[in-house]
Design a protein around this ligand. Structure first.
Ligand SMILES: [Mn+2]
Length: 365
């Protein structure tokens, strides 16, 4: 009896040790699904949104099959402007689908301020009043309004114009640059300024595509085309600020493009996000709720440099905004293009841009 007892004990101990060793090995090799923990951590590091709503959105994004960073792009660029082996560019006069003058990776630096003379001398060639351009030897495939929300960022604007005009020219776009300047010192409203830009640009010209860009973001590869695709596009996917990757999967901030049709479909952007944060996530949800997906360049083509800066005065994170995002499904129909009201107080055109100063009827008024 005692002999048999020790035998059983010995076997049990042996089995236990083997299991323990196997467990250690597995953990070391990370064969256990630790990725979910990493993912959560990444999210928290980079986002100021509450994790709850963010988590929901991530799940929603993952359910959406057509939004992968790489996959989406491939499909977009191929699917859109019809024939892959277009031979009729010559006859139609259309610019080639892939602009031949692109150079790829670019050197972008913000370490020294630029003077207006420097920017004008180097970029105003072949521009017309209002920061307008058309390719001289072919018909552009899209008419693109670039909309920049703005207040007190002249140094950034100079960098933006200095780098972007040459890029946009090489991309053979029929484009115009609209700087939408919020008047007064009331709390900032990025998304409402973008709505204003859309409406005001259309009064100027028959644009069919709108690129919405922050003033402090410059792409470092000119293959990242500032045009519209079959689905709304998020262009700034790999910002230096976020370690050259998306801060979270459903991120839609920085630079994006929507065709006129797509913009109307989502009732434009929300007008009610005052202060910093949330409006880009609201826009993302509008896109998804309206049956569209997000198109993106890959992480190589989608690299961006951001000009380092302090947070602006009167653009503090608004604690109300994160709660609003969970309401988008119900609010998007009654907050957007159809409820936009503002007053234009000045329109100024230079060779480099059109600046529209606007009273956005802030909460202080
Ligand atoms: Mn910024």
């Amino acid at each position: 009896m005692p002999k048999r007892f020790f035998k059983i004990l010995f076997v049990l101990a042996l089995v236990g040790m083997i299991c323990y060793a196997a467990l250690l090995f597995a953990v070391r090799k990370e064969t256990f699904p630790t990725f979910s923990i990493n993912f959560y951590r990444n999210f928290n590091e980079n986002s100021t949104l509450p994790t709850e709503s963010a988590q929901q959105m991530v799940e929603q994004q993952e359910a959406d099959t057509n939004t992968g960073e790489e996959a989406g792009q491939e499909q977009e660029t191929r699917g859109e402007e019809a024939p892959l082996f277009a031979t009729n560019d010559h006859e139609s006069g259309l610019c080639p689908e892939f602009p031949p003058g692109l150079v790829g990776p670019l050197l972008v630096e913000f370490n020294k301020p630029r003077s207006w003379n420097e920017v004008t001398d180097t970029t105003s060639y072949s521009l017309s009043l209002g920061g307008r351009f058309k390719p001289p030897d072919c018909i552009a495939r899209q008419k693109v309004a670039i909309i920049i929300p703005f207040r007190n960022r002249e140094e950034h604007l100079k960098h933006w114009l200095y780098y972007m005009h040459p890029i946009l020219k090489r991309q053979q776009l029929d484009y115009g640059v609209y700087v939408i300047n919020q008047q007064g010192e009331d709390i900032f409203n990025r998304a409402k300024l973008l709505n204003v830009g859309y409406v005001e640009a259309l009064k100027d010209y028959d644009y069919d595509c709108f690129v919405f860009s922050d003033v402090d973001l410059i792409p470092t590869d000119d293959n990242n085309l500032y045009k519209c695709f079959d689905n709304p596009r998020h262009l700034s996917v790999a910002m230096d600020k976020f370690g050259y990757r998306l801060p979270y999967k459903t991120y839609f901030g920085g630079v994006s493009s929507l065709s006129k049709e797509q913009f109307i479909k989502i009732n434009g952007f929300p007008n009610t996000y005052w202060g910093w944060g949330g409006e880009d996530d609201d826009i993302y949800k509008r896109v998804v709720y309206n049956g569209m997906s997000v198109s993106r360049p890959d992480l190589v083509m989608g690299k961006y440099k951001m000009i380092k800066h302090e947070r602006d005065l009167h653009n503090e994170p608004n604690p109300v905004n994160p709660d609003k995002i969970s309401q988008t499904l119900w609010t998007m129909g009654k907050d957007g293009l159809n409820t936009l009201e503002y007053t234009v107080t000045e329109i100024k055109k230079t060779m480099l841009y059109t600046m529209i100063t606007v009273d956005v009827h802030g909460p202080l008024n």
